[in-house]
Design a protein around this ligand. Structure first.
Ligand code: ATP
Ligand code: MG
Ligand code: FE
Length: 351
């Protein structure tokens, strides 16, 4: 399969071409990402209307650039995969409509990809990770532990009861006076800081499920931020926050690993982290140690594929295409679309 992927669900316009061999070998032929960070930065967050307009302006050029870099034309493709949700619906419609137009004009199959399924396969862009695996999905809008049993087959073991981890990074960064997007800025500020300096609440510690909560941490950090007077204080608080978030991700993942190991009788134990927060070096290192401690292998995506990109969408589409799956040209854009549809419907606290 040679699939063109399109990603427009938030504030990056992205296109990529990925080849999936019959033997399962994955090759990223190109991955182009046009970030809108500069357009949204003055507002301290993503403005949906600005995002949708920017996607319209750049999608054609970005898709063309992805093909050019791959050295291919539309005629060389075997399919088109576009994010169909969840996300900002104005943006999703841009990429999905573009994908439909290409599919119609070229007689190609369309795959309407769940953005979260893209994140779920993103680590497979850099390493050969067979199914099943245990996934920690930590992005701007989601914080979930999932058992990924096969292509499109996810079971959710836990989710956040309030904010996502990336959202917590972003909001706390804001109270520290850092620019949007806050996660990378907070990581940079935390460099060399004292992570044990400020005591922060350890939410849900020891609770018998695999859920997450960051609201208490956010409130405590905001209160501490008010009293800070020096750059050293701010640096130490950033380090303390980063360590607290990493600590909760590890504690909850450790619990999920214990249950997963029993279910799989200790065989084929693989732990994967994905999503924007997986780009954080402290989070990666702490999770790796946790996984090793439970006898799990550990894989994180290459840094470029942690945050939003189209290579992960192309791969998710290619995997479905390889199984003979495709979607009709009237596939809807879905602002909300839980990854594990059935389980989420049974659980009203899903996000
Ligand atoms: P979702 O995938 O849930 O719809 P999203 O697409 O906006 O949300 P991603 O692009 O996967 O999310 O990730 C963006 C998030 O990752 C932001 O919250 C950002 O602050 C966070 N992030 C990115 N890099 C880092 C980092 N180095 N440290 C901490 N957080 C980070
Ligand atoms: Mg983004
Ligand atoms: Fe994302």
């Amino acid at each position: 399969q040679i699939v063109l992927g399109l990603e427009t669900s938030c504030d990056e316009t992205a296109a990529a071409v990925v080849r999936l061999g019959a033997d399962g070998h994955v090759e990223v032929l190109s991955s182009t990402v046009a970030s809108q960070i500069a357009a949204h930065a003055p507002y301290g967050g993503v403005v949906p209307e600005i995002a949708a307009r920017a996607h319209v302006e750049s999608i054609d050029a970005i898709a063309g650039e992805a093909l050019k870099t791959a050295g291919l034309g539309y005629g060389d493709l075997t399919g088109v995969a576009a994010t169909a949700g969840p996300g900002l619906v104005g943006g999703v419609m841009v990429g999905l409509s573009f994908g439909k137009a290409v599919a119609l004009a070229r007689g190609l199959p369309l795959i309407a990809v769940n953005h979260l399924e893209g994140h779920a396969v993103s680590a497979r862009l850099g390493a050969d990770i067979p199914y099943p695996f245990l996934l920690l999905l930590v992005s701007g809008g989601h914080c979930q532990l999932l058992s990924v049993d096969g292509v499109g087959a996810c079971r959710r073991l836990g989710t956040t009861i309030d904010d996502a981890a990336g959202e917590a990074f972003d909001k706390i960064a804001k109270t520290l006076g850092l620019p949007y997007p806050g996660g990378p800025a907070l990581e940079a500020l935390a460099e060399g800081g004292q992570p044990e300096r400020f005591p922060l609440p350890r939410m849900l510690l020891g609770r018998k499920d695999c859920d997450f909560s960051f609201s208490g941490l956010k409130t405590a950090a905001a209160r501490l931020a008010e009293g800070l007077t020096s750059d050293v204080d701010r640096r130490d608080l950033a380090a303390s926050v980063q360590t607290a978030i990493a600590g909760q991700l590890c504690e909850r993942s450790d619990r999920a690993m214990a249950a997963y190991a029993i279910e799989h009788e200790g065989r084929g134990l693989r732990f994967v982290v994905a999503g924007g927060v997986a780009a954080n070096r402290t989070v990666r290192a702490r999770l790796e140690a946790t996984a090793k401690g439970r006898g799990f292998s550990f894989t994180a995506p290459p840094l470029a594929y942690c945050t939003d990109n189209a290579a992960m969408i192309a791969l998710a589409g290619a995997e479905r295409l390889a199984l003979g799956q495709a979607d009709p040209l009237d596939a809807p854009a879905r602002p909300r679309w839980p990854l594990d549809e059935a389980a989420a419907l049974a659980n009203p606290t899903h996000q």
